[in-house]
Design a protein around this ligand. Structure first.
Ligand code: 1CP
Length: 368
């Protein structure tokens, strides 16, 4: 489907931005930079807005969600905004009993542990999302209208990462119940993954249709899986999730382009190639694998995103600077590179360090 003429990719507002060029495999004059979790607790203006509110209520308030999405763009001069929301928002909207507990993360009213639990969950009809996602479309529209030529990135959780919360009932370290269900009840697992792919795919599509210029699928916890399990029991559902946006296109100077899709995971060095193979355009790399090695594993033809170690954000500036220069240098081996962190911004990060890091990336890459 072709995006409508008012979409910022179709109208040309964001199609030539550094971020979209890099995501399309073209190396721009300056390396673009944004940060996962750039909106949120590292910003005093965010903490001020959040006083007395609940996370999921904020995500469903279009005025607040758009304002919070814009805060880091105003402050840091980053090359993209990321939509302020959470991966569990579409679960909440489809009727799952989920809350976000401050300092902990998503917690489910009831863990999905058996085939009967999967029956109960999947009886919730993902089609109701087309209406229920109205506040998300509204929030994206408001953010995009303020962002002008700076692209907004839409995002969603990958089916495995969402299933990890659904099956565990909340955050966990090794996702052991999810991995047990995968093997003990393969048929129930497949139904759980297909349903989750549909729910999260609709969330992602709604954001792109409302004006997001790129889409990122977060499979944060896929690093808990072996390559064999990932390929057999997870990758097909991730492909089904991004199929919801894979058909979306726009045209620049008479050439058709697909809306770029980024796929990111933590501890997924062994899975990089499979994560690209689901149909992603760009692969996000965590801090464990240097970008030149990631590029080699990906075959040398895939744009990469990453991978400054978040732990170094609180190290002395010269240590961080040397690390960022090294990341930029290694990123030059790939067809194009979007600088990001290897995972989200830690809450105790000094926001001025992030602003300084953005200028460093722009200055160093412009001089190359
Ligand atoms: O700038 C941004 O990136 C903000 C938007 C955003 C995104 C992209 C939030 C807001 N959450 C997410 C994605 C998300 N949520 C992921 C994928 C990215 C990642 O790996 O970090 C995951 C795994 C979640 C689940 C989640 N939600 C957690 C992690 C819990 C765990 O298992 O360790 C947490 C703490 C949340 C709550 C949340 N989401 C976002 C914020 C700002 C917060 C904190 C809210 C609060 O406590 O008040």
């Amino acid at each position: 489907m072709i995006l409508d003429a008012q979409h910022p990719l179709s109208s040309g507002l964001t199609a030539d931005s550094r971020l979209i060029q890099a995501y399309q495999g073209v190396r721009p004059d300056v390396t673009p930079v944004w940060f996962m979790r750039q909106a949120g607790r590292s910003l005093p203006e965010y903490r001020e807005l959040r006083v007395g509110t609940r996370m999921l209520d904020v995500c469903l308030d279009p005025e607040l969600a758009s304002e919070i999405s814009l805060q880091p763009v105003r402050r840091h001069n980053v090359d993209a905004g990321i939509f302020f929301s959470d991966i569990v928002v579409p679960l909440k909207l489809v009727g799952v009993d989920v809350t976000i507990v401050a300092g902990k993360g998503p917690v489910l009213g009831k863990a999905v542990r058996t085939s009967a639990d999967v029956d109960e969950l999947t009886a919730l009809d993902p089609a109701i999302l087309d209406e229920a996602l109205a506040p998300i479309r509204d929030a994206v529209g408001r953010a995009v209208s303020q962002l002008g030529s700076t692209p907004l990135i839409g995002f969603a959780g990958a089916p495995f990462t969402l299933a990890a919360y659904l099956v565990e009932g909340g955050p966990s370290k090794d996702h052991i119940h999810a991995r047990t269900l995968m093997h003990a009840e393969p048929e129930a697992w497949a139904r759980l993954m297909a349903w989750t792919a549909d729910v999260t795919g609709r969330f992602l599509r709604a954001q792109v249709l409302a004006g997001a210029s790129a889409a990122q699928l977060f499979d944060s916890w896929a690093g808990a899986l072996s390559l064999v399990d990932y390929a057999a029991s997870v990758a097909p559902a991730s492909a089904a999730a991004i199929a919801h946006v894979r058909d979306l296109s726009y045209s620049v100077n008479g050439a058709d382009r697909n809306v770029p899709i980024v796929h990111f995971g933590v501890g997924t060095g062994e899975l990089l190639k499979e994560m690209h193979n689901i149909g992603a355009d760009v692969v996000g790399v965590d801090y464990r694998v240097p970008l030149d090695e990631a590029n080699r594993r990906l075959g040398g033809a895939v744009p990469v995103q990453g991978n400054v170690d978040p732990a170094l954000l609180t190290a002395p500036w010269p240590v961080l600077e040397a690390h960022v220069r090294d990341v930029l240098e290694r990123g030059r081996s790939a067809p194009s590179h979007v600088l990001n962190l290897g995972h989200g911004v830690p809450p105790d990060t000094d926001p001025d360090v992030l602003t300084r890091l953005v200028s460093l990336v722009h200055d160093v890459s412009a001089a190359e």
